[in-house]
Ligand binder design. Structure first.
Ligand SMILES: CC(C)(COP(=O)(O)OP(=O)(O)OC[C@H]1O[C@@H](n2cnc3c(N)ncnc32)[C@H](O)[C@@H]1OP(=O)(O)O)[C@@H](O)C(=O)NCCC(=O)NCCS
Length: 224
């Protein structure tokens, strides 16, 4: 089962939700934007885990007892006062909004991404998308093209997060077969994912994708 939550900057309190480990990490962040995005991501991830743990165990864990960590590659994880690795999480932030997804499986591939729905420059799809993706968007123009290109781009980022690779590989190593629909889906809608193993540093597990549009943002999830 996939759990998810979005939060905006206005929902983040001034303090009292970070652990000592997180406060130390905050001091290391260089720019105001990075600090703001990072705090919004921590807040959203903690709120999601707190809610899911309450639903599962009937326990409300204070937010300052949940530590959100990143491994050296940036992949997010969490720590609780007791050993608990039931969940795998992924974080995205954009334009004062954060989106976090959690799947109930330890060390599972999961990637969440959120992008502002906006038109992309001419030639964007030809530069970053595979032929299979381009074929699906053939003939789309205007707002329908914008949302479809935003969805395919976001889906690629979600897959590359699920594979713990980020944008370190060619975006054409992944095909996210997002079917254009009008109006854009307001509920989670599946899309197929194909990975070109020959262009990835390690074999990819089978993944399924989901996308939806909310408040002008495209959100995507990729998981195995
Ligand atoms: C991962 C990446 C695709 C994120 O995309 P983005 O649109 O810039 O940012 P988003 O807000 O959607 O996602 C950021 C989150 O992705 C997660 N993330 C970062 N690297 C990740 C990775 N390799 N795998 C999975 N998740 C990752 C983090 O949780 C991060 O948020 P946090 O730092 O607050 O915890 C992109 O930053 C990337 O490719 N990074 C790796 C390559 C790179 O440029 N490295 C530079 C090292 S200095």
């Amino acid at each position: 089962m996939i759990h998810w939550l979005t939060q905006t900057l206005t929902e983040v309190p001034a303090d009292d939700y970070l652990t000592d480990v997180e406060l130390a990490r905050l001091q290391e962040l260089k720019t105001d934007k990075r600090r703001t995005d990072w705090l919004l991501g921590r807040w959203t991830a903690k709120r999601l885990l707190q809610t899911v743990l309450w639903e599962k165990d009937g326990v409300t864990l204070p937010l300052d007892m949940i530590t959100i960590t990143n491994n050296p590659d940036g992949v997010p994880d969490y720590r609780l006062p007791i050993t608990d690795n039931r969940f795998s999480i992924s974080i995205s932030h954009a334009h004062g909004r954060a989106f976090v997804a959690a799947v109930e499986k330890a060390h599972a591939p999961i990637g969440a991404d959120m992008e502002l729905n906006r038109p992309r420059p001419a030639g964007f799809a030809e530069e970053y998308f595979t032929l299979a993706e381009i074929a699906l968007g053939y003939g789309l123009v205007g707002p329908e093209r914008a949302v479809w290109e935003t969805a395919v781009w976001s889906a690629k980022e979600a897959v590359l997060k699920a594979l713990h690779l980020g944008l370190s590989v060619d975006t054409r190593a992944i095909s996210c077969l997002v079917e254009p629909v009008a109006p854009p889906p307001g509920i989670w809608t599946p899309f197929a994912i194909r990975c070109d193993s020959g262009r990835l540093p390690r074999p990819a597990p089978p993944l399924t994708g989901w996308w939806r549009v909310e408040d002008g943002f495209v959100m995507t999830i990729a998981t195995g």
